[in-house]
Design a protein around this ligand. Structure first.
Ligand SMILES: Cc1cc2nc3c(=O)[nH]c(=O)nc-3n(C[C@H](O)[C@H](O)[C@H](O)COP(=O)(O)OP(=O)(O)OC[C@H]3O[C@@H](n4cnc5c(N)ncnc54)[C@H](O)[C@@H]3O)c2cc1C
Length: 443
């Protein structure tokens, strides 16, 4: 008896971030001919890293770590034979409150927080409910996080711990975010935080190599200009040239997707994409000669009381001393500190020069450590991402566009569609696999 292998099909994937590379990995292993197109000069998208002279490891442009619950990511790493490089230390995460640093873990350390006993008890009960007792996110998406937290956690714990987080993340839009978003964050997180030896970029390069070894072609510095149709098949325009494929999977932001496919704009699907909202993110990274958070804190949540940055005690949301998580020996002895924030793309933080933004953030270093002197700074970098955090309002599930677009053979998978989960590389793997499986049906 002879068996026939189905003929390999031509697949194009737009974007070599985690979603696109995962889809490519699944497609190429099914024997398809895969072209992966990436605008940037390296793979990795939002999770990519950079490296300075004298560093053995790369550092993520935007702070990144995994949770022990990130099963889709851990399975993918296993599939490419790299599990031995995943490490899961238990770094210290903290809140800044009233000029002091308090641990922010959901365990006995909460009793040290400067909150009343009633607030601590209510926070504990609500935390246990969200973490262990409910998976009914559909009920939670009907209310805002602001109203749910006020009601069940109480005004004090909400105002002092959770509202600042929401304001920091969503600026003046904080009160619109639904409770399913906050549930998903609490439900999926672990105390141990994971990374890859060599940094996330080392993992991303290993994934890209695994894809290439199976025969896929990764075209860097190659922006796709348009997605169209010819004789019932999807086409891509690149450098003014048109190429025909059997399937096209785009993993870009909603804004770019609409630009790439003008034919979608006037469809209900296009209007659904246009209605998706998101917020930008940015990090100023300092390479210092001395440690700033000398108590060993890795992640320090800073209080935001207003969407007006100048009215807040600090000009950004989180101060992250990466080298309190990973050994500074990997970075030529540099102490690496991120100052991270989220703002709409029309905010001045997206208009200021790199130097002006760095100068705006720098005084905060002396606020958390009065010993800090500007001559501790060896070097700085500024990274900005206009599409960094989708914003889910109430009843959001009805607004999430399907992975299959109305254009035959064209699919779209992005951070905006991993809902109810928050964006994250684990969910990029999950949606990358889902879109690859869907695109292969009836192929
Ligand atoms: C500040 C910040 C912190 C984060 N922290 C974490 C964390 O701790 N842990 C975690 O797991 N995740 C974290 N994330 C989320 C994580 O980075 C994303 O969920 C994930 O990287 C999204 O992958 P993606 O492939 O869907 O999108 P992207 O990484 O955005 O990839 C899309 C790719 O498409 C390319 N592209 C766009 N247009 C075109 C075009 N026309 N032609 C060709 N290519 C194109 C882009 O260059 C990009 O490389 C964080 C994100 C941010 C912004």
């Amino acid at each position: 008896m002879t068996t026939t292998t189905p003929p390999s099909k031509r697949i194009a994937i737009i974007g070599a971030g985690v979603t696109g590379m995962t889809a490519a990995w699944d497609m190429v292993r099914q024997g398809h001919s895969v072209d992966l197109y990436e605008t940037g000069s390296e793979v990795g998208g939002l999770a990519a890293g950079f490296r300075d002279d004298g560093w053995d490891w790369s550092l993520e442009k935007f702070y990144h770590h995994w949770f022990q619950t990130d099963s889709d990511m851990l399975r993918l790493i296993d599939e490419i034979g790299q599990s031995q490089k995943v490490i899961f230390p238990r770094p210290k995460t903290s809140y800044w409150m009233d000029g002091n640093i308090y641990r922010s873990e959901m365990n006995a350390s909460v009793f040290k927080l400067p909150l009343s006993w009633v607030s601590i008890l209510r926070m504990g009960l609500a935390g246990v409910y969200l973490k262990f007792l409910t998976r009914n996110w559909r009920a939670l998406e009907q209310v805002t996080a602001d109203s749910w937290m006020r009601r069940w956690m109480g005004e004090e714990a909400y105002a002092r711990l959770w509202k600042p987080l929401l304001i920091g993340k969503f600026s003046e839009r904080y009160a619109e975010v639904n409770m399913a978003w906050l549930w998903a964050r609490i439900y999926t997180r672990s105390i141990r935080l994971g990374t890859f030896e060599g940094g996330f970029q080392a993992f991303l390069n290993a994934l890209a190599n695994a894809i290439r070894e199976r025969g896929a072609r990764i075209h860097l510095n190659t922006p796709v200009e348009a997605i169209g149709q010819q004789n019932g098949k999807p086409t891509l325009t690149l450098n003014g040239e048109t190429r025909t494929y059997d399937r096209v999977i785009s993993t870009t932001s909603p804004q770019i997707m609409l630009k790439l496919v003008p034919a979608l704009r006037d469809t209900p699907y296009g209007q659904q994409i246009a209605s998706l909202e998101s917020i930008g993110g940015l990090c100023v990274v300092f390479a210092l000669k001395q440690s700033l958070l000398t108590d060993g804190t890795y992640w320090l949540n800073l209080p935001a009381t207003s969407a007006d940055k100048r009215a807040n005690p600090f000009p950004f949301l989180a101060l992250v001393e990466h080298t309190n998580y990973m050994d500074k020996a990997h970075y030529g002895g540099d102490v690496l500190v991120y100052c991270g924030d989220y703002v709409p793309t029309n905010h001045e933080y997206f208009q200021l020069s790199d130097q002006a933004l760095t100068e705006r953030f720098m005084p905060a270093l002396a606020q958390v450590n009065p010993q800090f002197k500007p001559d501790w700074i060896r070097k700085t970098w500024v990274w900005r991402a206009p599409y960094a955090q989708p914003l889910p309002g109430v009843h959001h599930s009805a607004r999430v566009p399907a992975l299959q677009t109305p254009l035959p053979g064209v699919y779209w998978a992005s951070m905006s569609q991993v809902y109810p989960y928050d964006r994250g590389t684990n969910f990029a793997v999950e949606i990358g696999r889902r879109v690859a499986a869907m695109a292969q049906t009836n192929l």
